[in-house]
Design a protein around this ligand. Structure first.
Ligand SMILES: [Zn+2]
Length: 243
């Protein structure tokens, strides 16, 4: 998944490109997610230029849907990216503290229950991007570490499967038929046991590709209390998925 943007008049459209190697249709598909983010699905042979052209062609439609999504979300759970708001990391709430100062490179530090952002500007859009990048980085580290730890406990697995971060609106993870995992970076906001539950669930799909009895038996063996953990995660979903 890679980030791109195009300009349409005065509007900038940021979007993530998802390259699909086993894409059934040779066509670019554009999605505007409920949080206003834009996803472009493209077959692997599509060039960046072709993708940008496809987005530009539908720019009006995309902008309209981004606005609608943002308006709807603002009514549900407004986030303003200002000091005092809380942000989750591994199940713990951290209070955002933004310090505006003339520094070249913005930084984010987690310290005693606080998430401290130092930045040239408190512009909410910029803070939002910084936080998103920070969560992705943390997610990569945490998931990698947990996957390695789990592999050691799973007799039938020699090494962690390939995986990537994919922002999904309703799913924490998925496993492709080829055995590649997609993991939602928002999951790093959830408690560690929830992270483990999702990883184990997806790892079990390497052996059982559906939700059969055999699949659940496998999951039961690896994490006997997974149902409770799942319930906990389900209950936090809206909160954690609200960027
Ligand atoms: Zn599943």
């Amino acid at each position: 998944m890679t980030s791109h943007s195009i300009f349409y008049g005065e509007d900038r459209i940021d979007f993530q490109t998802v390259t699909l190697t086993d894409y059934p249709k040779r066509k670019v598909a554009i999605h505007v997610h409920p949080d206003g983010s834009v996803q472009v699905d493209a077959p692997s042979e599509t060039t960046d230029l072709e993708i940008e052209e496809a987005v530009r062609k539908k720019a009006r439609w995309v902008l309209k849907h981004i606005t609608e999504a943002q308006q709807q979300r603002a009514q549900v759970l407004p986030r303003q990216y200002i000091s005092g708001e809380s942000y989750f990391y591994l199940g713990r709430r951290h209070i955002l503290k933004i310090t505006e100062e003339p520094i070249e490179k913005a930084s984010i530090k987690m310290l005693r229950g606080r998430l401290e952002v130092r930045c040239e500007t408190g512009n909410p859009g910029i803070i939002k991007d910084l936080l998103r990048g920070w969560y992705r980085k943390r997610a990569k580290e945490v998931f990698q570490r947990h996957l390695h730890a789990q592999v050691e406990q799973i007799p039938w697995l020699k090494s962690p499967p390939p995986w990537k971060l994919v922002v999904m609106q309703k799913q924490w993870g998925s496993c492709s038929p080829k055995g590649k995992l997609s993991l939602n970076p928002h999951l790093v906001k959830a408690p560690r046991e929830c992270v483990d539950y999702v990883l184990l669930h997806e790892l079990c799909h390497l052996k059982e590709h559906n939700h059969s009895d055999r699949f659940y038996r496998l999951l039961d063996e690896l994490m006997p209390g997974w149902k409770a953990v799942k319930g906990k995660l389900d209950g936090m979903a809206e909160l954690l998925l609200n960027e």
